[in-house]
Design a protein around this ligand. Sequence first.
Ligand SMILES: [Zn+2]
Length: 69
Amino acid sequence: MHTGVKKRRVLIPEPNSRFIVVSCPDCGNEQISFDRASTVVKCNICGRVLIVPTGGKADIKGKIVRVLS
Ligand SMILES: [Zn+2]
């Protein structure tokens, strides 16, 4: 599982970042990720891209089934 690179941005603090459970639309696998992932997150089972980093809030390609706050 990717935990991403811990890189603090000086100008943009990230107070609202959360862990989320994302469901893969292809195989239904659910896995925990970070809604501001700094790297592309792929499904652990089939490899489908689930989260694409955008510089801010990540683009979630899968379905968010739960938010762990
Ligand atoms: Zn999958």
